[in-house]
Design a protein around this ligand. Structure first.
Ligand code: PGA
Length: 242
């Protein structure tokens, strides 16, 4: 399976810098063996798609509406994301959950994205971790709820495991390999129990949370990851390319 590396640019607000970074990413990793995705703020997606054309870099969005269409001011429907060149859509990021996004809304968004044949990246992850193992309950609830409406015959989807406590920090604060491996096996078991063995094994499981140049290699090797969702380090060309 090709490794999947997803940049989450979050609310990056400089169009000039964004276009410069996109061109540089295409030059540096546009022909790499990995699948690289840049999830940009919605107004940038249609500007990025011609830049990435002819390379293996794909455009992603960071959110989508629960609605298909209609009178919903400010909402961006999945169909319009697709028309602007988007291939992947992040759904249920913890920063959106913190703004009040419910499991039910996330399930609807997953369905809207799959309906138009885009690939949703479902984010799950606990806010805190203690010795009692309660985090497994949180992850299981988020997974089962988030995948509830994509249909029995699983469409392509990606799961990004992002423990909230590890987001936006330094490499040393990222999760340790043993715990990561254990959590990824747990996630994999739930996906297999929902969709069966072969679709369950086909869905890439990514890790996100303070992935940087210095820890990415060991997280990949020892954590058993299929790829990463990279936040702050994705805005630094050298770090992201590494
Ligand atoms: P980070 O963010 O790499 O800055 O921790 C990851 C994310 O929020 O997706």
């Amino acid at each position: 399976m090709k490794k999947l590396v997803v940049a989450n640019w979050k609310m990056h607000d400089s169009p000039e810098e964004a276009l410069w970074l996109a061109r540089a990413i295409k030059r540096k990793v546009g022909k790499s063996g990995a699948e690289v995705v840049v999830c940009a703020p919605s107004p940038l997606t249609s500007l990025l798609s011609p830049i990435f054309a002819g390379s293996s870099v794909k455009v992603g969005a960071q959110d989508v509406s629960v609605y298909e269409s209609g009178a919903h001011t400010g909402e961006v429907p999945a169909r319009l994301l697709k028309a602007s060149g988007v291939t992947y859509v992040i759904v249920g990021h913890s920063e959106r959950r913190a703004m009040g996004e419910s499991d039910e809304a996330i399930a609807e968004k997953m369905a809207r994205v799959s309906d138009v044949k885009l690939i949703p990246i479902l984010c799950v992850g606990e806010e805190t971790r203690d010795g009692g193992g309660n985090h497994f309950g949180v992850i299981e609830r988020q997974l089962r709820a988030g995948l509830a409406k994509v249909g029995k015959k699983a469409p392509p989807f990606v799961v990004a495991y992002e423990p909230v406590w590890a987001i936006g920090k330094k490499a040393d604060d990222a999760m340790n390999h043993m715990e990561l491996q254990e959590t990824v096996i747990f996630i994999r078991k739930i996906i297999v129990s929902l969709f069966g063995r072969s679709p369950g094994l086909a869905a890439p499981v990514l890790y996100g949370g303070s992935v940087e140049e210095t820890n990415v290699g060991s997280l990949m090797k020892e954590g058993g990851m299929q790829g990463f969702l990279v936040g702050h380090a994705s805005l630094n060309l050298k770090a992201f390319v590494a």
